[in-house]
Design a protein. Structure first.
Length: 354
């Protein structure tokens, strides 16, 4: 990107909580100007406070990304306030925890409108502004579930698969146009976000992310790194790596494994609150912040992500060590002392008859 980090204008959908909230804070730490898009006004105000405390500027814009007109209006508001948008992060989502047999057509429609079409609307709105400038970055916050479906989340898995296909298609079109707009996918593992407190659920027990669980700051670091390094796709965490590769290599075995383990792993031991509220159609009041209720079980680092972010450096170090070891071995084999030892050993060798 040609823009300096201190002056970049960033739009984040789903910015009121979870990964979007953590990502806004991280961009703010380097002085970015951020358009915060989400439905919940309480969370948006909290996110604005976070951004300003971290050193950035923010404009909260209440937006339902399922409505393309609202997304377009939000983009106009951000550019009127801060100037041209440099980075657009699609992150907003809703879901339903439920066996497919108990899902309604309305459930599938709403999840698709927000989680899939919301990304489509955001991408199109961003491209309308970035294409003429031939510059900018769009990040799709994805999931291991974009490659591997699991039980009880059929609508969400379907939407994430759709985002993956949509993104790959648009990327090829940008390449065909020789357009320099970067389109990135960042595939996430299970995150400790508030969605497990407000997602619509028909499960008998409290929903939880499938362990191992990561803090949203891990996701935020991956997103910002993908922006800075123009990465087409970034996998975050060993669970994501295992899910994607496992589905490529042993999909049928993975089906059977998830049939056995995929129900209990998505629920705690606590019965679900009979008065549990959800945000499928309307946001819940209150500011939920970035973290969900699983702080004690969540990891704030990912070794796999660190390796992925530093793979070039590691490759150079590995190559350097290989060369040095080769030189040392070559010097040893060619040294006069080694030749003398070899001749001495040969002269002392007694050969018997066959």
């Amino acid at each position: 990107m040609s823009v300096t980090k201190e002056s970049e204008v960033v739009v984040i959908t789903g910015a009121s909580a979870g990964v979007g909230r953590a990502t806004a804070r991280l961009f703010a730490e380097r002085g970015a100007k951020i358009g915060l898009l989400a439905r919940g006004e309480d969370g948006l105000e909290g996110a604005r406070d976070d951004v300003e405390q971290a050193g950035g500027e923010a404009i909260p814009v209440p937006t339902d990304v399922a409505d393309p007109d609202q997304v377009e209006a939000a983009a106009e508001a951000v550019e009127n306030e801060f100037g041209p948008i440099d980075v657009w992060v699609n992150n907003a989502m809703v879901s339903v925890f439920s066996p497919a047999a108990e899902m309604t057509a309305a459930d599938y429609q709403r999840v698709t409108e927000v989680t899939y079409l919301g990304y489509v609307h955001g991408t199109q709105t961003a491209l309308d502004r970035m294409r003429p400038r031939d510059d900018g970055t769009i990040v799709q916050v994805g999931s291991a579930l974009a490659y591997r479906g699991i039980p009880l989340q059929s609508a969400y898995c379907g939407a994430k698969h759709a985002i993956q296909g949509f993104t790959e298609s648009v990327r090829t079109e940008l390449l065909h146009e020789d357009c320099d707009v970067q389109l990135s996918m960042v595939q996430m593992p299970a995150m400790n976000t508030p969605q497990f407190e407000w997602t619509k659920s028909r499960l008998p027990r409290q929903p939880q992310p499938v362990p191992p669980i990561y803090q949203p700051e891990v996701a935020a670091r991956a997103i910002v790194w993908a922006v800075d390094n123009s990465r087409d796709e970034l996998w975050v965490g060993w669970p994501t790596l295992k899910a994607i590769l496992g589905n490529r290599l042993i999909p049928r075995r993975l089906d059977r494994y998830l049939a056995r383990s995929g129900y209990d792993s998505q629920q705690t031991d606590e019965p679900v609150d009979p008065d549990r509220r959800h945000n499928l159609h309307e946001p819940l009041a209150g500011d939920y912040g970035a973290h969900g209720p699983f702080d004690e079980r969540a990891h704030d680092r990912s070794i796999q992500l660190w390796i992925s972010m530093h793979r070039r450096t590691l490759a150079l170090i590995t190559g350097f060590i290989t060369v040095v070891m080769g030189v040392i071995l070559g010097q040893y084999l060619l040294s006069p002392d080694n030749d003398a030892k070899t001749e001495t050993n040969d002269s002392n060798t007694t050969y018997g008859s066959p």
